[in-house]
Design a protein around this ligand. Sequence first.
Ligand code: AHR
Length: 357
Amino acid sequence: MRKLLRVAAVLVVFALVLSGCGGGGGGSGDSGDVTQGMDRKIVMGYSQIGAESEWRTACTNSVQAAAKEWNIDLRFSDAQQQQQNQLQAIRTFIQQKVDIIAFTPVVETGWEAILKECLDAGIPTICVDRSIEGSDRASSNPSDMSDPDNWFTAFIGSNMEDEGNRAAAWMMANVASIKPGKSVYNIAELQGTVGSSAMTGRFKGFRDALGIPAAQALGTSSDGKYSIILSQTGDFTRAQGKQVMEAFLKSNPNDIDVLFAHNDDMAIGAIQAVEEAGKVPSKDIIIIGVDAVKGAFEAMVAGTMNASIECNPLLGPQVMETAVKILNGQTVEKWVLSNESDYDQSNAAEAYPTRQY
Ligand code: AHR
């Protein structure tokens, strides 16, 4: 009997030791769930920026669904577009000793201190969708702590500059057939949230393709055929896209040939403004957006929007896979790129039924 009790005691101690040695932090303590070799669920703190667009909602849904699929305990926080709220959420995640933190930086600047706090706490971080200033999302000398690329472990998302480039390329290839006989095409631009990498990247990429200096809000292309005559932020929302387009149309009722909106929500808001001003969207004013959300497909099929450059929000599975790899000590790419295409009225109807967001 005494022998049996001794064996039982040894087994209890062994079980207690095992339950204390998984993962990197305090976590959920749910030792019944095993994820990729850990003796409990991985705990991920996730700071999302808000719910400003159809795209963002799709991104949030993707992250939440993927966390369930990967059996990851997701602590999700919505910052309502405020960087302060993100900093607070990340600090709370550090105090909670989560295993890993993923976040979408609402703007590019102001992340050094908090990311260094994560590093000091031994918590890896993943930037999702938007990046931080000074980062080229490539591996660099890991001991150079002045390089922002060393403040986070991985970046998962799109090439925003490339999206601006593709929007300009679509415009240059198509304007002449939609509005023939013009020697100069005037462009109005609706910028995204000022200071976000989605805005700065698309702004720069669009100008680069036209040969306009990236520091210039307004200007004419190197070949003299395209002129950005208006450029203002609509903060990535439908309401502000409409409001700013109304103001554009009031100040320049007959001059705008093309609208380049940094996202589809603003483009859809602007389409309403164009219609209310008695003009025909996609004919009088060519409408180009970014994201390729369902709303844009509906507008392209209805013939009110011309093109949308895809920016893939379905990042959840890549985020979870990357997190598990990092926590298992595997090497991950510094920049995990998403796959994207471009859509216009020629292929929108065919692609629409397959769209997931
Ligand atoms: O950062 C991605 C951008 O943010 C999307 O293009 C936009 O719709 C969103 O709000």
